[in-house]
Design a protein around this ligand. Structure first.
Ligand code: 6GU
Length: 261
């Protein structure tokens, strides 16, 4: 998978050199490049923003600077898709091939595990990280004619810019990319995974710590009992912390599940 990130603070993305994502890059599984948006400015102050049309507080990132950066980074693939669209073969913006442009913004669709799974199947992702009051709206609008554009938010709170949101998305997507997580089993059981429940509590040695013991069932060696106990704990935790996850379920609860609640 190829990922490009464009930001005025490329140093923010240094964390992507660490841990699993860092290893995936070194091993060649992930081809990740971070670009400085100011490299596409043309004035001596390297200006990327200006005052909002219509007035108001803050600054807005300029469409011309972002346009030049995205023309380069989206590159030939996006141009090829635009041609296909013009021929009427593929509908503009709804292309199957080519890069996906991801724009972090608190006004976007909420990013979740389903989105991460879907994007993990793409070949090329380009993240356009805005700062200030956001990027001139014409950028998302114009590039939608050439590539699939996804404006996303990581939750209902406001950050100073898209960099941290891009880090979150890249980690969530990157770890689903084949080979990035060593043991694919660990992707299956985890929270927000297949079961649609929060994960059960986990324990390890010491078996007794500050007067708290590991639940006996986990030391019993009875795997059927352990499985049932974990399912009950996952259900109870989900009901308490995320009751919304128990309604409108893709995988309905069983009678045993309901009796456990
Ligand atoms: Cl993607 N960007 C910003 N600036 N704030 C956010 C966000 C994104 N998601 C939640 N808050």
């Amino acid at each position: 998978m190829k990922i490009d990130v464009i930001s005025i603070f490329p140093e923010y993305l240094a964390a992507l050199e660490l841990s699993l994502i860092g290893k995936a890059r070194t091993s060649g599984l992930l081809d990740l490049t971070v670009h400085n948006l100011r490299d596409w400015t043309t004035d001596k102050h390297r200006t990327v923003d200006d005052t909002p049309a219509g007035g108001g507080a803050g600054m807005v990132m300029r469409a011309d600077v972002w346009g030049a950066a995205l023309d380069d980074v989206l590159g030939a693939a996006a141009d090829a898709d635009a041609d296909e669209g013009a021929n009427g073969d593929v509908e503009a913006g709804a292309t199957e091939e080519g890069p996906v442009l991801l724009i972090p913004t608190p006004t976007g669709r909420v990013f979740d595990q389903r989105m991460a799974e879907e994007l993990a199947g793409e070949d090329h992702l380009v993240f356009a990280c805005g700062r200030y009051e956001g990027i001139d709206a014409r950028v998302a609008e114009k590039f939608s004619e050439r590539v699939r554009v996804v404006e996303f938010s990581i939750g209902d709170y406001v950050l100073n810019g898209g960099e941290v949101a891009a880090l979150v998305a890249i980690e969530a997507i990157g770890r689903l990319s084949p080979g990035v997580v060593g043991n694919p089993e660990s992707l299956i059981e985890e929270s927000h995974g297949a079961a649609g429940l929060l994960e059960y509590p986990v324990y390890t040695r010491p078996t007794s710590w500050r007067g708290a013991d590991i639940p006996d069932v986990l030391l019993s060696g009875d795997h059927a009992r352990i499985t049932r106990w974990r399912r009950r704990k996952a259900l109870a935790r989900t009901a308490k912390r995320r009751p919304d996850m128990l309604i409108d379920r893709a995988e309905p609860l069983t009678m045993e599940d309901k009796l456990a609640l």
